[in-house]
Design a protein around this ligand. Structure first.
Ligand SMILES: Cc1ncc(COP(=O)(O)O)c(C=O)c1O
Length: 446
């Protein structure tokens, strides 16, 4: 990778002498206690590597939770950000800027849909998608006293932390402290067509589906379930919303995870990698739904500013021009093959799931000790729902990196497994393990 002139070296980072102890103490005094963080301060990165304040190198297979798809300090993203920072970072949505139109055009081409709205995060994209579905429903002539406002989401889903997004998120601990949430939401059992049929009626205005559940533990929605949701929403003039915030924009080796199905959704939400590391979200809709939005109905002060949109255009261009889709598929296949071998060796690995570079390693024991051990060995991974290790490496990952990961990960499984087995409090019981084929049952058991 091309080297940028003022990129901090390991020596320079050390020279800065940031004291992690002081930073951790100040955070703990002045910030809301919403995160449990290890006492490490990251100062810079390059490619798939991150460096901490002590100059230690980490192989990053988490990518800032699916954000840093081009890794750190990608020269083309850095150049665009520098260029635009010297022009105008923000002009507001009261005026045009040069980059929204080409970015919306590209998102329309990628998704097969028509129009985009820009915001600042995934949760905000979800809020916009829900508002659009309700606005579409309200734009239709009333059918007596029938209210067509109900939203169906899936058990085990995750859609974000704002009030609307958390209302359609399944996990109780994310929702219950903030009740009452938005009304008219029901959850359908994952991949259960008969439950979908039972819960769907004329009052539904939207069905929201992550084609691959990310935070939920990397579960793939079946073709049968998707098609049934598509048929019902078409027949009853409701919206099918695909949440592609984690799995979309190339992570599966396709532009969108729903492209493994044969039909399109009406509305798609994106965020995470879109801004090339900067905060940017969007929802993209078919003309039928988009056309109900009029000036003043929805908006955002920051959404789609010139700096973030220029970075996003560059990100999508790099993914396309360098055919990173092919790299995602090839590196994903290498990882899967290596992980399957490890699953044959370590009996606490229950299943490997995913597509491309969104991979879940489902354990029958507690996953947290493996994440801690990985960090100790200079590897960044994550654990979701206590026992599913999650890999979300950058799209630019090379064979050299996947090979290094597999060697390190084997050692981590060998050493961390002992620690994990000793922590039965959160370990998955045999009954839960058996219920794993039904992710909603497992989620309910948590
Ligand atoms: C599928 C999905 N939807 C929505 C969100 C919320 O995105 P954000 O954290 O940017 O608000 C996330 C974040 O992890 C996600 O994975």
């Amino acid at each position: 990778m091309e080297r940028l002139n003022n990129m901090p070296t390991k020596k320079a980072a050390k020279g800065r002498k940031l004291s992690p102890v002081k930073i951790v103490a100040e955070e703990s005094r002045y910030m809301l206690k919403t995160y449990r963080r290890p006492p490490i301060v990251f100062t810079h990165g390059r490619g798939c590597r991150l460096y901490d304040s002590q100059g230690r190198e980490y192989l990053d297979f988490l990518g800032g939770i699916a954000v840093n798809a081009l890794g750190y300090a990608h020269p083309r993203i850095v150049n665009v950000i520098r260029r635009e920072a010297g022009r105008a970072t923000h002009v507001s949505n009261l005026f045009h800027n040069p980059y929204q139109a080409p970015l919306a055009h590209k998102l329309a081409q990628w998704s097969g849909l028509d129009r985009a709205f820009f915001c600042n995060s995934g949760s905000e994209a979800i809020e916009g998608a829900l508002k659009l579905a309700r606005a579409y429903s309200h734009s239709k002539p009333a059918n007596g006293s029938l209210k067509k406002t109900r939203i169906l989401a899936l058990e085990n889903s995750f859609h974000g932390r704002t009030m609307g997004a958390v209302s359609i998120t399944w996990t109780a601990k994310y929702r219950e402290p903030f009740e009452p949430l938005i009304s008219d939401v029901d959850f359908v059992r994952f991949n259960d067509v008969s439950d979908l049929d039972a819960k769907f009626d004329e009052t539904v205005c939207a069905v929201v589906i992550e084609p691959i559940q990310g935070e939920g533990g990397i579960y793939l929605v079946s073709e049968e379930f998707w098609q049934r949701a598509r048929t019902l929403t078409i027949d009853h003039d409701a919206a099918l919303i695909a949440d592609e915030i984690q799995a979309g924009l190339g992570r599966t080796g396709r532009k969108f995870a729903y492209q493994r199905f044969t039909s399109l959704p009406d509305i798609v939400t994106v965020a995470k990698p879109l801004g090339g590391g900067l905060p940017l979200g969007a929802f993209i809709a078919s003309e039928k739904f988009a056309s109900v939005m009029h000036p003043g109905m929805h908006g955002s002060t920051f959404g789609g500013g010139p700096l973030v949109c220029a970075a996003a255009l560059e990100f999508l261009t790099v993914v396309e021009k360098e055919d990173l889709f092919a790299n995602v598929r090839a590196r994903g296949a290498e990882l899967r093959a290596g992980l399957e071998k490890l699953a044959a060796k370590f009996d606490f690995i229950r299943e490997i799931r995913g597509e491309g570079l969104i991979i879940g390693i489902d354990l029958s024991i507690d996953g947290a000790p493996f994440v801690t051990e990985a960090l100790r060995q200079g590897l960044l991974i994550n654990c979701t729902h206590e026992h599913i290790l999650r890999l979300l490496p950058p799209f630019i990952v090379r064979t050299k990196d996947t090979a290094e990961f597999l060697v390190k990960f084997e050692k981590i499984l060998a050493s961390g497994g002992k620690a994990a087995a000793k922590t039965p409090s959160t370990a998955v019981t045999k009954a839960q393990a058996e219920a794993a084929a039904q992710p909603f049952a497992l989620a309910a058991a948590r």
